[in-house]
Design a protein around this ligand. Structure first.
Ligand SMILES: CCCCCCC/C=C/C(=O)SCCNC(=O)CCNC(=O)[C@H](O)C(C)(C)COP(=O)(O)OP(=O)(O)OC[C@H]1O[C@@H](n2cnc3c(N)ncnc32)[C@H](O)[C@@H]1OP(=O)(O)O
Length: 725
């Protein structure tokens, strides 16, 4: 837990709790024991605290915040104990010092960091604040602006920046522990008063009030409905207004408010869900623990449209050499210009001193129209438009040209991976990689295995996601996979609500107030209404393949809304045409304004179909959209398309703008309570029996019937009960 040693006048206390030395109760106890032992030993003149395995500490155990025996209270006491030590205490920071880990270092009198170390107070990202007196000590050490920035954003800063800010006293390139012991020996006997941060005044600013009021506006704007940034701000402001002890009391009050908030629980769940989603398994028994990835030393991207350009940019940023291929020279030149522009922009955003992007070197980025250039690459990502025949033709070619072990990926948002793989002689190496637009920005990568995809292929795609700094979530093959499959009923309900009496702006407002970055209609306008239109044509839901005499509002025995088709037939494809569910200032414009044309279309449509418009309240809008999405999530879990609710939540947070402080759709359902979700779905499906998406899924019914178990137990009910579902 913490190892005690001597060197010889310096007591060495090593935090030990793999993998990241979190501050469990046992670690804190051992640290306290070590300090007492050092204090009692007259031959010890100084103390050095470091962490095992090249990591100082990742702070408090996130899993422990929901436990009644959480050790957080003793952490603050321990930091005070370190600071009040009569012998100098030096922190040797290697790897990471985060959260409570950095607060422990702030209690030390000196800090030495390795040049590759990172430090931060990321509590805000977990819905908390640095509650072990960090909000009071940090501003005293590095000043209010820098402390406020670190505490309200939670960002990790590199050691070199920490040195500039005065957060650490020394940065070393060699052995940090030895350097810290050297410093400890050097400062023996020097006065400790000036090194105790709790005794220092907060550095003054010419106009602290003006600075704080501007900072507050900025913090609120960035918070997007999240409570923690505002309370972090209040705690730092308290440091500027009160003596240390009162500031600490205020910090504690604010911490307790956050600790008991639903947002903190949701954000901590989201952190752990992301880690859980890395541990993929398939119903066939393949698993992250046994599959080994293949190295990806080179890649190719086919198609330089919007998606392909972003994917090339992502690969270059990850330092993977890329061959970019287009069908002809005209498309190639347009694509090349666009990619170079994106890369120039990315290069400008990079930190000074970071490795530069080597994209002018043809050995790192090559543009071609020649398929033969793909002969030697380790991995190909096909990113042409969503057309099954075209994709199959390309995969047939790849199967003939690429070297035997190459992984063949298709970037598709809905198409059948098995059908694409059937065009090759090596379906075990074919996998879906669904990137989200813009592909060099969005964190999510949905990884879709087909019937024949090998565990190695899955592990390689997961490894690729990591290399691209994305979160890869492994899912099974079905129409729309996980993300879009859950999105269909959500958007569908939104459209039915228009038929029944609502307006796009009313529906969007409710979902934006809930926390989505944009509502379903603004999202459809942004993505392009023609995308869904083509897909519905392909499914035979609209267009010439619909049999004559089919009722306008019926398909396959269920209610269908032709409203989106009517918009497309009028050339309204959304932002790109300047008109969609809203009107825009021009084609390509981004400012959505409610459109009287659309309102009269809706009125006319209701008249034609004899629909009596009714007032639809916010609760119904929210519940019909969200609960139908969640309902599909339960069906996906029951079918084994995803291996747990965490996977669905990670997809929604990282790919669909679901507010992270609400934990993802499945977590949200667990907070609402499954019996309530079920009762509401029953109510809406009884009121609208032929509207799809509202009939409760069997798995949701099962979980509600067994008494609303906690989310982490859901999947166990599935394995016990699957035969009866
Ligand atoms: C009234 C008194 C109040 C007192 C208040 C006390 C205030 C203190 C609060 C805190 O300290 S909150 C915690 C702050 N720390 C963090 O937010 C760090 C979170 N961790 C990370 O950012 C990363 O994990 C990492 C440390 C940078 C390492 O990243 P890497 O990509 O290398 O590995 P991961 O897969 O992310 O993690 C490995 C493994 O470790 C688990 N883990 C990491 N950090 C924690 C943690 N703080 N608590 C519990 N577990 C942690 C992570 O879940 C992985 O484990 P598995 O899930 O794979 O089992």
């Amino acid at each position: 837990m913490a190892q005690y040693a001597r060197s010889p006048a310096v007591a060495v206390i090593r935090l030990r709790n793999p993998p990241v030395n979190t501050l469990s109760f046992a670690v804190l106890q051992a640290l306290e024991d070590g300090l007492e032992k050092a204090d009692a030993d007259p031959s010890v003149k100084a103390v050095m605290i470091c962490g095992e395995n090249g990591k100082f500490s990742a702070g408090a155990d996130i899993r422990g915040f929901s436990s009644p025996n959480r050790p957080v209270k003793s952490l603050a006491a321990l930091v005070s104990l370190i600071e009040s030590s009569k012998k100098p205490v030096v922190a040797a920071i290697e790897g990471i010092a985060l959260g409570g880990g950095l607060e422990v270092a702030l209690g030390c009198h000196y800090r030495v960091a390795h040049v590759k170390a990172r430090m931060g107070l990321p509590e805000v990202t977990l819905g908390l604040l640095p509650g072990a007196e960090g909000t009071q000590r940090l501003p005293r050490l590095i000043g209010v602006p820098a402390a406020l920035d670190m505490i309200t954003t939670g960002k990790h800063i590199p050691a070199t920046e920490a040195l500039k800010l005065g957060l650490v006293d020394e940065v070393v390139e060699e052995n940090t522990v030895e350097a810290a012991i050297r410093l400890a020996n050097k400062v023996i006997g020097q006065p400790l008063g000036p090194r105790r941060l709790s005794l220092k005044p907060v550095p003054k600013l010419p106009d602290m009030e003006a600075f704080l009021s501007q900072a507050r506006v900025r913090v609120k704007k960035q918070a997007q409905g999240c409570l923690a940034p505002e309370l972090c701000f209040q705690a730092v402001r308290a440091a500027t207004q009160m003596p240390f002890a009162d500031g600490v009391r205020r910090e504690r009050e604010l911490f307790m408010v956050l600790l008991s908030s639903g947002q903190a629980r949701a954000l901590q769940y989201a952190f752990l869900a992301e880690r859980a989603a890395q541990k993929w398994t398939t119903p066939g028994g393949a698993s992250w623990s046994s599959a080994t990835p293949q190295p990806v030393r080179s890649a190719a991207v086919i198609g330089l449209g919007t998606m392909g350009r972003g994917i090339v940019t992502s690969l270059v940023k990850a330092n993977i050499p890329v061959v970019a291929l287009e069908q002809d020279l005209e498309y190639l030149n347009t694509g090349r210009k666009a990619v170079m522009l994106l890369l120039e922009r990315e290069a400008m955003k990079m930190e000074v001193g970071a490795q530069t992007l080597d994209f002018h070197n043809p050995a790192r980025l090559q543009f071609t129209v020649d398929f033969d250039s793909l002969r030697d690459v380790d991995l190909v990502i096909e990113a042409v438009f969503e057309n099954m025949a075209l994709k199959k033709e390309i995969f047939h070619k790849l199967s003939r040209i690429c070297k035997p072990g190459a992984l063949l990926c298709t970037n598709t948002s809905a198409l059948n991976i098995d059908e694409i793989a059937s065009a090759t002689s090596r379906p075990q190496q074919v996998i879906g990689t669904h990137f989200f637009s813009p592909a060099h920005v969005m964190r999510l990568l949905e990884i879709i295995y087909g019937r024949h995809t090998s565990p190695t292929a899955i592990a390689t795609a997961v490894q690729l996601a990591k290399a691209l700094k994305k979160v890869g979530v492994v899912v099974g093959n079905c129409f729309g996979f996980v993300g879009n499959r859950m999105m269909f009923p959500y958007v569908q309900q939104a459209v039915f609500l228009l038929e029944e009496g609502s307006r796009p702006e009313a529906v969007d407002r409710v979902l934006e107030d809930f926390g989505f970055k944009i509502g379903p209609f603004r999202m459809s306008d942004l993505a392009g209404l023609d995308v869904g239109w083509r897909s519905r044509q392909g499914q035979g839901l609209t267009g010439p393949s619909v049999p004559a005499g089919t009722p306008a509002r019926q398909r396959q025995g269920q209610r269908y809304s032709p409203l989106p088709d009517l918009l497309c037939e009028s050339g309204r494809f959304g932002q790109k045409t300047g008109k969609g569910w809203y009107q825009y200032e021009k084609a390509g414009g981004r400012t959505a304004t409610p459109d009287p044309w659309l309102h009269s279309l809706l009125a006319q449509y209701r008249d034609t179909h004899g629909i009596e418009p009714r007032f639809i309240d916010q609760e119904e809008i929210l519940e019909r959209c969200l609960f139908s999405l969640i309902n599909e999530g339960f069906a996906i879990l029951a079918e084994g398309i995803a291996s747990g609710p965490e996977h669905l939540d990670v997809i929604y947070i990282n790919g669909y703008g679901w507010p992270k402080h609400k934990g993802g759709p499945m977590f949200y359902a667990s907070t609402v309570g499954l019996p309530r979700v079920l009762a509401k779905l029953h109510k809406y499906s009884e009121a609208h029996p032929d509207v799809p998406g509202l009939q409760p899924s069997a798995f949701l019914k099962k979980l509600a019937a067994v008494g609303n178990p906690p989310i982490k137990e859901w999947m166990s009910y599935l394995s016990q009960q699957s035969s009866r579902l």
